[in-house]
Design a protein around this ligand. Structure first.
Ligand SMILES: NC(=O)c1ccc[n+]([C@@H]2O[C@H](COP(=O)([O-])OP(=O)(O)OC[C@H]3O[C@@H](n4cnc5c(N)ncnc54)[C@H](O)[C@@H]3O)[C@@H](O)[C@H]2O)c1
Length: 466
């Protein structure tokens, strides 16, 4: 099928390379010149495992362009995958989605039928709004258009984006007309029936079952996306709330999570206590859902609590660090009224909001760094991939970035493990501890066992552990 994708971010680019791999004829549009320059050179603008390899394979078949007019008129199916960032009041800003729809409608051919699909995460009712935008442009152009609008929310997770696109748990379509459902069924047929040869770098998981395609109305499809993300977010917040109580009563949250996760009604996923969620989805989608609820005069105390617990984790970790520094200062009989972090050198392990991505949107590390700097600490930071993005996001905030993870600990007062990159699972703890002024390790992701870290010489503090 001839496809045009509007937006080449994490969702748009992943969709483009996967559909091109499945032999669809794909064109991808973006307004961001720097992204397009990289894509024209065959380079992926995002860090995502397997992306560059797959892009190398299909790049010559995808047309990357800044112009909808070049590619939309001839397309059969147009996918909108532009950003929906939060507005100041937390509601999702659908301006880019509406603008993309407007631009598409301006170049649609009067005698052709199109299926316009919203993949972006949007508030309930946006599909209807997109249809109105398209109708308004058509009437301004004095033409009768023929566009079916459908919702097809995206469920991929960064770090596993290609895996999620080739082997999804389900495909959700929200449409009020059969032809849009048929077009999307044809688009996804190779995935629904798994008839494609898997890319060598992305083998089909052994126990993978064919994904169901669920069809529903557009409002319900839009709600499914928000409800799914909010449920996952609150599962993590729940275990983090339990973790805090474990600390008070002397239980170990990793054991508690194992024990409850073995219950098939609960399941083991998303029960890792730690610094909580960040990224471009859960923070923005939970607040957008609260915005939708407020507009309809409805309260959602569970969703609100999930957010409160989540962001409290970022403050609690700094409190733990302060306490640990105080304990060490009192051992050294240093008495001062200043913040216990004043003048301390703190090493941050990990800046990305999760491993295997360069995305630092709403990353816990950024909030933690800001708090540490406010308390007068000197911050050093390391991340295998996300340092350029973090440097840009943190702007003037004084931080020393280092490429060498072991330099972080040299003469440092504490280390804080923020992102559980694979690299940080294999650190030479003894070496790190030895070169520190005070060997404090705050493990924000429970990567190490307290015994292992203590044996290496660390004063170890995890989340929800004795
Ligand atoms: N990132 C994820 O993990 C993820 C997962 C599922 C759903 N989503 C949702 O998908 C949507 C896209 O997310 P993302 O992370 O890919 O966003 P992103 O910010 O990485 O990319 C969006 C892209 O759209 C481009 N764009 C904006 N307006 C445009 C226009 N009119 N024409 C052409 N290009 C335009 C931007 O330049 C940018 O490159 C959001 O609604 C998000 O909530 C994201």
């Amino acid at each position: 099928m001839k496809i045009a994708i509007i937006g080449t971010g994490y969702v748009g680019l992943t969709t483009a390379v996967v559909l091109a791999y499945l032999n669809h004829d794909v064109a991808a549009v973006d307004k961001d010149e720097s992204k397009l320059n990289l894509l024209h050179e065959g380079k992926s603008p995002i860090h995502e495992p397997g992306m560059q390899t797959l892009l190398d394979e299909v790049w010559h078949t995808i047309r990357f362009t800044p112009s909808v007019a070049e590619v939309v008129p001839e397309a059969e199916l147009i996918l909108i995958a532009v950003g929906t960032p939060p507005k100041k009041n937390g509601e999702a800003d659908t301006r880019h989605v509406e603008q993309a729809a407007r631009e598409v409608a301006q170049v649609c051919h009067p005698n052709r039928h199109y299926t316009l699909v919203v993949k972006s995460t949007v508030p309930i009712g946006t599909n209807r709004r997109v249809a109105e935008v398209v109708e308004n442009v058509f009437s301004a152009r004095g033409m009768q258009g023929n566009v079916s609008v459908a919702s097809n929310p995206e469920f991929l997770q960064e770090g596993l984006a290609l895996q999620g696109a080739f082997y999804p748990d389900r495909i959700v379509i929200g449409a009020n007309c059969d032809d849009a459902v048929d077009a999307l069924r044809r688009l996804y047929q190779p995935i629904l029936e798994q008839t494609f040869d898997s890319p060598s770098s992305l083998p089909r998981p052994a126990a993978y079952h064919l994904p169901p395609m669920m069809t529903t109305d557009a409002n319900s499809a839009e709600m499914i996306k928000y409800a799914a993300n909010t449920f996952l977010a609150l599962k993590i917040s729940f275990i983090n709330e339990i973790a805090g109580l474990c600390e008070n009563v002397g239980a170990d949250v990793t054991e508690v999570a194992r024990g409850i996760g073995l219950d098939s009604r609960i399941g083991p996923q998303f029960l890792r206590a730690g610094l909580g969620w960040g990224g471009s989805c859960y923070p923005k989608d939970t607040t957008a859902l609260l915005g939708v609820a407020a507009q309809s005069g409805y309260e959602m105390p569970i969703t609100e609590a999930a957010r409160t617990v989540n962001f409290r984790q970022r403050e609690r970790i700094v409190e733990k660090l302060m306490l640990a520094c105080e304990v060490h200062a009192s051992k050294e009989r240093v008495s001062t009224t200043a913040s216990p972090l004043q003048g301390k050198t703190i090493g941050i392990l990990g800046l990305a909001f999760k491993p295997n991505t360069d995305d630092i949107r709403e990353a816990p590390a950024l909030d933690i760094i800001r708090q540490l700097v406010e308390e007068g600490a000197h911050v050093r930071a390391h991340d295998p991939i996300a340092m350029p993005n973090a440097r840009h996001a943190l702007g003037e905030i004084p931080i020393h970035f280092t490429e060498d993870v072991y330099q972080l600990s040299y003469n440092a007062d504490a280390l804080v493990l923020v992102t559980e990159w694979e690299l940080y699972h294999r650190l030479a703890l003894r070496k790190l501890a030895k070169q520190m002024k005070t060997p404090i390790l705050i493990d924000g992701r429970n990567v190490y066992s307290p015994q292992e870290a203590s044996a290496a010489g660390f004063h170890y503090i995890g989340i929800g552990r004795k």
